[in-house]
Design a protein around this ligand. Sequence first.
Ligand code: CA
Length: 259
Amino acid sequence: MKQSIPQFLPRYLKVFIASSLFVGALFTITFVVSSANATKSDSRHFEVLRTSDQAITPATGLTLTVNTLGDAADSSVGDGHCDTDPGTAGDQCTLRAAIQEANAVFGDDTISFSVTGTINLTGALPDIISNVTINGPGSAVLTVQRSTAGGTPNFRIFTITGGPTVTISGATVTNGKTADGVAGGGFAPGYGGQGGNGGGILNSGTLTLTDVFVTGNRTGDGGAGTSGSGGFGGFGGGIYSSGPMIMTLSGWGRRRRWH
Ligand SMILES: [Ca+2]
């Protein structure tokens, strides 16, 4: 049957956004196209370039320092200040809070560390959607891992999405595990779904890894088929990259001694 052609296709969109969004903030628009029997959606990140009463000012990146191995969230995302505990003097800045702040502001952000040890994540870190350099103190002295405590859900460690340019250095990335595929949730009715890709790192930006060890991560199993075949396990136990990636003095699998 011949399909009708939409009568009107917009050449541009004018979007009104909340006044609380400031210049340099990132926001997401999800486009949805639907017909009687199919729906497709896609999301893109956009930056606020100016507001109606504000002159254009270039966005500048943040320089943040992680000074605690905790995993608390930022107390006020988007204020350019990495602090998880406003009731305590000074900044208590976790890796999670630093990524939240870096994501909220357009520009090239830098995250450094004044601590060494192990950061135990109790949930997935925010997807990294903004250009950022994460300068760890060294793969031998900083570990970022999914907590080994019982009952910790499955999630990978770093997810880079939306095309940013990201550098990560000086860290060991371990114990990530993506979700198992859904039983009967595959590409065709009754087939098992695929496990999540990229147990340690999933990259769809431009990623540079220097002195990063990705070890002891795994992807989820394929889901069972209910009337068809079982699903594939996830691809890329350590790293799954669909964008450019450079690795220097880094590796995956068993740790080697570079130091
Ligand atoms: Ca504080």
